[in-house]
Design a protein around this ligand. Structure first.
Ligand SMILES: C[S@@+](CC[C@H](N)C(=O)[O-])C[C@H]1O[C@@H](n2cnc3c(N)ncnc32)[C@H](O)[C@@H]1O
Length: 206
């Protein structure tokens, strides 16, 4: 991440590359109205881009990290979008989230840069805040059938684990199994540029 001309705002170069391919999927899977809870918003650039493109939705950005929260707030102030809420501190792994209802949950590039407990907490939390039929959208690099899908993902995984042994590219089947235990069914797997995946889960009827 790098600084930006906006005081406190950070920039992640990958966002400019992935935000429109992700938006294409979000336009299709997000509901016609309601609040989207974004977990691990990072710089806040996705939140601004998606809130601007989807004015019929209210966008709630969150992150666990204080610098990220400052960056999201700075981008939000600069963007002046009526449907983009102030960022909230939210640790996905916590059993209690400040947000108790959401019409969709979005988490981009979080599962591999956090301990497995954060993925568990994400599934628990999404199940808590959802009514039946709601969508959880995940984006990132995943292993499939226990294998990396590209040499670049294997190298990325090794670098993540060298940085923090609790991080690492997750296996799609394990994520889907975990989601299933929380009543979230994997309904779509979409190949994205640069060997990433979009995964769409839906909460089942109670
Ligand atoms: C690689 S960044 C991705 C940020 C943004 N979604 C993007 O794609 O540019 C990973 C983010 O996950 C956040 N994060 C890590 N562990 C978390 C947790 N337990 N709960 C919430 N956010 C977490 C970090 O603070 C960081 O902002």
């Amino acid at each position: 991440m790098t600084g930006s001309p906006i005081e406190g705002a950070q920039t992640a170069p990958a966002v400019a590359r992935n935000r429109d391919p992700i938006l294409t999927i979000l336009r299709r899977v997000l509901p016609a109205r309601g609040t989207v809870l974004e977990i691990a918003s990072g710089t806040g650039e996705h939140a601004v881009h998606f809130a601007a493109a989807l004015p019929h939705l209210t966008w709630q950005p969150t992150d666990v990290d204080a610098d990220a929260l400052r960056s999201i707030a700075a981008h939000r102030t600069s963007a002046q979008l009526p449907n983009l809420l102030p960022p909230l501190e939210l640790d996905a792994s916590s059993p209690v989230w400040l947000v108790t209802r959401a019409d969709a949950v979005v988490a981009i590039n979080m599962l591999h840069i956090s301990p497995w407990r954060a993925t568990e907490g994400l599934m628990e939390g999404a199940a808590r805040v959802f009514a039946p039929g709601r969508a959880l959208y995940l984006y990132g690099a995943f292993k499939e059938n226990g294998r990396h899908t590209a040499p670049s993902n294997a190298a990325f995984d090794a670098s993540l684990r060298a940085h923090n042994p609790e991080w690492g590219v997750r296996d799609l089947d394990q994520v889907a199994d975990l989601a299933g235990w929380h009543g979230l069914a994997l309904v779509e797997r979409i190949a994205m540029p640069a060997n990433n995946l979009s995964l769409v889960f839906r909460s089942r009827a109670a």
